[in-house]
Design a protein around this ligand. Sequence first.
Ligand code: HEM
Length: 252
Amino acid sequence: MELLTRFGLTFGFRWLHVLAGITWIGLLYYFNLVQVPAFAAFGDDGKSRNMAIDKVARRALWWFRWAAVFTLVTGLLIVGITKDYMKHFLAAGSGQGVAHDAAIAVGMIFGITMAANVWMVIWKNQKVVLANAANVLAGNPPDPAAAAAGRSAALASRQNTIFSVSMLFFMVGSAHFFNTSLWTAGPSKALTFLIIAVVIGALLEINALGLIGGKATTNKLLWPYESHKNAIISAFSLWAVLWILSEILFKK
Ligand code: HEM
């Protein structure tokens, strides 16, 4: 462990982690805030849209999905090489270290869910969309499954945008906000916080997967995903709920 510190690895992994994280989340915001509205603005011009999907989205998705892997791996490496990481939480202790551990646990659970969404939902479905665009450009008939695949990917992508605000708050906040003497917690408060955050996160996730009321635009429960504006409002609402909860449970 001393070797890791001497060669700056604990810092080095943090640096690479943040570098990969900004690449991933930067592209997530590009997709949500720029690409989806821009591609919709092509309207009936299918050829231009398919060209943009084939030439722009394909490249952006490559960086996006590999940056997600790199972020996840470097994040887990920080945990792996830091001596006694999460020790306060795991030992059911109390004090400000528990607030740190509970905060990073929520940040990591949201981050890992987001990485799973990237590979298991977004990329899985975007492959269908990309193949369809290339096929149509080559003069072949369109794949009727492409629209539904695009919808599934969009729902998960907006859910990732919704998670991202709280994820980053708790991730950065673990060491730079919750780690002061203003905050403290015992094991039961930390566990309560974690359970509530995970239940809210899980409900949002299964809703975004269409497992509650389906994926149709008529499903009112999908309001958070119907525009990037709704996703931004939902993201800050989720953050506000979790931040207030942390104030109630952890503030001295
Ligand atoms: C994918 C799953 C992720 C895991 C498992 C993970 C894990 C971690 C861990 C263990 C830390 C160290 C916290 C501490 O100092 O105690 C951390 C810090 C951090 N992470 Fe993540 N992370 C993930 C995703 C992300 C994403 C998507 C971003 C987006 C930018 C990000 C940005 C950061 C930042 C800025 C820090 C603070 C570094 C510092 O100030 O020390 N992480 N992460």
